[in-house]
Design a protein around this ligand. Structure first.
Ligand SMILES: [Zn+2]
Length: 276
């Protein structure tokens, strides 16, 4: 049986992040909604005191409209958005936060380092539409928790993809059972040796924390990394006897992390080849 050892990332993967012609969403746990365009996705976590948005797709009105309409579609209220939490300071994650902030005034969260990175090193320097365009209210770091109603999100420093990248662990529920979900905030490894080394260290650190917390749900913020669109399509038509495809167990989460490690090894091989 064919199984991939690394996610497939191509030039199209990168250009697809700006394709706003298509959005999809699914309620993947009773309290967790995923919204995706072709390559990038965000999550909305429902608590007893309101909604927490994790990442915000791309800086454009279409992404905002898609998030709002998905929230309404599952019977929640966008007016209940209380927090906007960002994994890192790239435009495909800071996304349409400007519109969310203007409409609903949530508290915004990111690491101090990546707030500066977002400001000083925009992904597309020649494109003002991708520049930092809203304020961060609260700087978060390793060991912090964000609490809203019955939900607590644990924060971990996972630099490498960006200098101040973060990853999160939080509870989700299905039919009354609580599971711990982990969102690995960094996507593909960077191109220089120091950053790849840093990325690998972060991955080891996060996996250790995930094992301590009995994480059994693997989440990603890019669809190319975890067959995101296929998992969403499956969730939309999942029948009652079918398993939750995000629930991979502790062993599954370890294997999920291995895919990112393999991406790093590929990157290291490419770097080594430059010296041969
Ligand atoms: Zn990124």
């Amino acid at each position: 049986m064919k199984r991939l050892e690394t996610p497939i990332i191509t030039e199209e993967t990168i250009s697809g992040m700006e394709d706003m012609s298509f959005f999809t969403h699914a309620l993947i746990f009773d309290d967790l909604l995923i919204i995706a365009q072709k390559e990038t996705n965000c999550f909305v976590l429902k608590s007893t005191e309101g909604l927490i948005v994790l990442d915000a797709i791309w800086p454009c009105r279409e992404a905002f409209d898609a998030i709002v309409s998905a929230i309404r579609d599952v019977g929640w209220k966008p007016e209940d958005i209380k927090k906007l939490v960002l994994t890192h300071g790239h435009a495909d994650h800071t996304g349409c936060g400007k519109w969310i902030v203007e409409a609903y005034r949530p508290q915004t969260y990111l690491s101090r380092r990546d707030d500066r990175f977002w400001q000083e090193e925009p992904v597309k320097k020649e494109r003002p539409d991708t520049w930092k365009d809203y304020q961060i209210d609260v700087y978060i770091k390793e060991g912090d928790v964000m609490v809203l109603g019955d939900k607590t999100i644990w924060v971990y420093d996972t630099p490498g993809h960006t200098p101040g990248g973060l990853s999160f662990i939080f509870p989700v529920t299905e039919e009354g059972k609580v599971y711990q979900a982990a969102l690995w905030g960094g996507s593909n490894p960077p191109g220089d040796l120091a950053s790849v080394t840093c990325y690998l260290r972060s991955l080891d650190h996060f996996l250790k924390k995930a094992e301590e917390k009995n994480v059994s749900v693997a989440l990603s913020n890019h669809t190319a990394l975890d067959n995101g669109l296929e998992r969403i399509a499956y969730s939309q038509k999942r029948m009652s006897y079918m398993p939750n495809i995000y629930l991979v167990g502790q062993t599954g989460f370890r294997k999920y992390c291995q895919l990112f490690r393999n991406l790093c090894y590929e990157r290291l091989d490419a770097l080594a080849a430059e010296f041969l």
